[in-house]
Design a protein around this ligand. Structure first.
Ligand code: PLP
Length: 388
């Protein structure tokens, strides 16, 4: 059996895969088993932010692999400690908990908010988390419950108590929910990714921060997809000039290795004590060595390049034939289009460009360092397909 046949026979069928098998790649070019090269506008869903097999990242990972691969969290290890330090230095946060995925990073944020509230009140009276409709926070039961889309709240029940959902960009809705529910925290993606790549309004995000201070709630920002340079700033909340109490991130942080991080600010840094939370693989030395390399290279020069590549995409596709609107920020871009998004993606694959969808939109998440000529070729192909 070939790979496709093996996969169809033995892998749980949770993914509707495109008919492409990737066998190798370099930067923003991926090689298919069909012998074709594909320009990558998806980065493995915002993961490979320096593209495929980036040399510097690979060296950092291989060096750690030569030292040791895992020690458990019973012992100290340098990649984990140094990545936590760099995350705190670059954000002003105080402590980091490491996990292995976005969902786990969000689980940790939810637990942290509830424990901070418990320590303050001595009971579970203020445990509700307010999230937004159309949000996406993960696939575990708690993060599915946090995900504010009814379609996710079916067939796997019972779901959890203590989550309520506000309308995006409606501060009054959050205010009312906070008052009626003794809420512990508000959790948002400032750019809703899976929900269609929609950036929240500036006043709304600033309003949430203010409301959280007034009502003694924690402000949690899920940067699993939008983080690590993708928005044109290190974390997307930085575009809004706010300071969350808890930030979660994952996807791009490891440059292709599984990692999740929950950053705890001043109001949440004492959420956990010994034994109150943990993860066997969390802080894995290989993932953290990869993350340390990635994070240390997200500098102003890279972010400026992200902004100019972003401007190029917005300018080229805004008003183009078949495009209704362009949304998002940096290299996290959504296209509302006239055609069916899945059909457009399939046709682009035929023509050698890989991209994603989010709801009924096209979603573009190219590597942050995609060369301008490749980006241009890929956007031209997309433009042609959209115009047909
Ligand atoms: C992808 C994503 C998650 C879930 O991350 P996993 O690593 O798949 O668990 C959570 N939140 C947001 C905003 C995401 O985009």
């Amino acid at each position: 059996m070939n790979t496709k046949e093996l996969d169809n026979r033995f892998v749980a069928p949770t993914y509707a895969r495109y008919p492409v098998e990737i066998i190798s790649g370099k930067g923003a070019l991926l090689r298919g088993a069909d012998g074709k090269d594909y320009i990558d506008l998806g980065s493995g869903i915002a993961v490979n932010i320096f593209g495929m097999c980036d040399d510097e990242w690979k060296n950092a990972v291989q060096e750690q692999l030569d030292n040791f691969q895992h020690v458990s969290n019973l012992y100290y290890s340098s990649p984990c400690a140094n990545l936590a330090k760099l995350l705190c230095e670059k954000t002003g946060m105080k402590k980091v908990f490491f996990a292995n995925s976005g969902a786990e990073a969000n689980e940790c944020a939810i637990k942290a908010a509830r424990r901070v509230s418990f320590l303050k009140h001595g009971d579970e009276s203020h445990s509700t988390i307010i999230t937004l409709k159309n949000s996406f926070h993960g696939r575990t039961i708690a993060t599915l419950t946090a995900t504010g889309q009814d379609s996710f709240h079916k067939e796997f029940g019972p779901f959890l108590d203590g989550f309520v959902y506000a309308e995006a960009n409606n501060l009054d809705d959050i205010k009312t929910l906070a008052e009626n529910n003794n809420a512990a925290a508000v959790m948002v993606e400032v750019i809703q990714g899976e929900g269609g790549v929609k950036a929240l309004d500036r006043d709304f995000v600033i309003g949430i921060e203010k409301l959280c201070r007034e009502k003694d709630m924690l402000f949690i920002v899920d940067e699993v997809q939008s983080g690590n340079g993708r928005s044109g700033m290190l974390y997307a909340y930085m575009n809004y000039g706010v300071k969350p109490d808890i930030v979660t991130t994952a996807k791009g942080l490891g440059g292709g290795l599984p990692i999740g991080a929950t950053l705890l600010g001043e109001r949440a840094e004492n959420a956990f004590g010994y034994g109150s939370h943990g993860s066997t693989f969390g802080g894995n030395p290989i993932s953290c060595a990869g993350g340390l390399n990635i994070l240390s290279r997200i500098d102003d020069k890279l972010l400026d390049a992200v902004k100019s590549k972003s401007a190029y995409i917005f300018n080229t596709l805004n008003g183009a034939k078949g495009v209704k609107s362009v949304s998002g920020m940096g290299l996290m871009i959504g296209l509302e289009i006239e055609k069916d998004a899945k059909e457009v993606v399939a046709e682009c694959i035929n023509r050698g460009v890989l991209m994603l969808t989010a709801k009924d939109r096209i979603r573009l998440l190219p590597p942050l360092n995609i060369p301008d000529d490749l980006l241009k070729s890929a956007i031209n192909i997309l433009k042609e397909v959209l115009a047909q």
